[in-house]
Design a protein around this ligand. Structure first.
Ligand SMILES: O=P(O)(O)OC[C@H]1O[C@H](O[C@H]2O[C@H](CO)[C@@H](O)[C@H](O)[C@H]2O)[C@H](O)[C@@H](O)[C@@H]1O
Length: 244
């Protein structure tokens, strides 16, 4: 359970200046599950997020490690600002890309990751802009996966993203902080106070960027250390706070 206080109501926060909301997905809007496709997405979630975005006059973005196509597989078509693939694929609510469109990993490298996963027992998540090695079913695999990922990342000039029981290989440079900054340069986000809500280590980049731009982070769950100012215990508490 987080020891940080709960965030004030959005309406109270907006008394001084409009707020922009940046929301992580897994562990923040939906509970974690044993597998990436095993998540239970409430039927109303997409509808509620669009309604909230309307109330925020468009100042709401999903910022996920998942690809946008994967988010839409679970939520249905999304007319919200979105940053997928750990911030490397940013789109406005109109679906138009902000910044460059990311590339996939080279097929030879993907084949090497797939072979490693098969030999060692990791569950491979083949993503459009990366590859994720999941070890939720066997946490003892972590060190082996990290050593492999460090070697491959060096050879392929890639970044490693750590998460809850997952090690991901992705293209260089992007993170959730750079995604937040890219949105904050554009309407309708520019000039507002950014609030980033997330549960995992990759979300700290978003929370730090929000803090540096005059806003703050909200950590979901009890992960430490965190640069968040406020905390909420569970995705259910996030839904309650946001009126989803
Ligand atoms: O940035 P997020 O929206 O939080 O996405 C991060 C990763 O989430 C998914 O993996 C995590 O959630 C799975 C479902 O609950 C869980 O089985 C896994 O152990 C978690 O690491 C997703 O599969 C990844 O692609 C995302 O990068």
């Amino acid at each position: 359970m987080t020891s940080l206080p709960s965030p004030p109501d959005i309406s109270a926060l907006q008394a001084d200046r409009p707020v922009s909301l940046f929301l992580d997905f897994d562990g923040t809007l939906v509970d974690l599950a044993p597998t990436p496709d095993g998540i239970d997405v409430p039927d109303h979630l997409a509808r509620s997020l669009h309604a909230l975005a309307d109330r925020m006059e468009g100042r709401l973005a999903l910022v996920s490690g998942r690809a946008i196509s994967d988010l839409e597989k679970h939520l249905g078509p999304v007319k919200l600002a979105c940053a997928g693939s750990h911030g490397s694929d940013c789109r406005g609510a109109d679906g138009i890309n902000i910044g460059k469109v990311p590339e996939g990993l080279p097929p030879k490298l993907l084949a090497e990751v797939a072979e490693f996963a098969q030999e060692t027992g990791f569950a491979l998540e083949d993503k459009p802009h990366g590859a994720a090695l999941h070890y939720r079913s066997d946490p003892s695999l972590e060190d082996k996966g990290l050593a492999f990922a460090e070697r491959v990342a060096k050879e392929g000039d890639l970044d490693i993203k750590r998460g809850k029981c997952v090690i991901e290989l992705v293209g260089r440079g992007a993170n959730k902080g750079s995604a937040l900054r890219a949105f904050m340069d554009c309407a309708p986000f520019a000039g507002t106070m950014p609030v980033f809500v997330g549960d995992d280590i990759t979300d700290e980049d978003g929370m730090r960027a929000a803090h540096d731009m005059g806003g703050f982070g909200v950590i979901v769950g009890d992960r430490e250390p965190t640069c968040a100012k406020y905390g909420l215990a569970t995705p259910a508490a996030v839904h309650h706070w946001l009126g989803l």
